[in-house]
Design a protein around this ligand. Structure first.
Ligand SMILES: [Fe+2]
Ligand SMILES: [Fe+2]
Length: 188
């Protein structure tokens, strides 16, 4: 299994912009570090990290249009929490445009924003790499970095709690998947 994603770099960069593209490279590198620690397939971690935001189209109308064109059914949750759309659309692009067939990679892309209960190690690694990549700067990020290197489940619990606090503080709609994920990792 060898992926050659270099050929899609320009297309992705043009779609998501330079700033977001550089973020995806940092997430790829952070995911690789975590994959080494937890003995997860390093290539899959790099591919999922590189592609996780491949559909992060900034303009809302453009995003909705692209989702419709790609055949993504917009659920009630997606309408209420549009920040999750790019994750689902990203998995569609990964499969249809970039030839990714591996379910674990596709799930890691799909759930990198909301999380979910019972995630695979690869899914957790991408969620956390997105959360702690070196340019992230928020209260608790150092703690999240420490935990991510020590215990994926504890890091997920910490990150999900922090995310939920942030969403509450900003009076944002919260998708049930994230609440379910948080309760799941509380028990882990
Ligand atoms: Fe994202
Ligand atoms: Fe991201």
């Amino acid at each position: 299994m060898t992926y050659n994603l270099k050929q899609y770099e320009k297309e992705i960069r043009d779609r998501i912009g330079e700033k977001r593209f550089l973020h995806t490279l940092r997430v790829r590198d952070t995911a690789l570090e975590l994959a080494k620690i937890y003995e997860v397939d390093q290539e899959k971690a790099e591919v999922a990290g590189f592609l996780h935001d491949c559909a992060k189209i900034r303009d809302h109308d453009e995003l909705i249009k692209s989702a419709n064109e790609a055949g993504l059914l917009l659920t009630k949750e997606m309408i209420k929490a549009p920040q999750i759309i790019h994750s689902y659309l990203g998995a569609i692009y990964a499969r249809d445009l970039y030839g990714i067939e591996d379910e674990d990679i596709l799930n890691a892309i799909t759930y990198h924003t909301t999380g979910r209960a019972n995630m695979s190690d690869l899914e957790k690694i991408i969620f956390l790499a997105d959360y702690i990549e070196p340019m992230r700067n928020f209260d608790g990020v150092e703690r999240a970095r420490q935990l991510a290197k020590k215990d994926l489940d504890a890091a997920m619990y910490f990150a999900l709690n922090n995310t939920l606090k942030f969403l509450v503080d900003h009076d944002t709609y919260i998708v049930p998947t994230t609440v379910t994920a948080r309760n799941y990792y509380k028990e882990c």
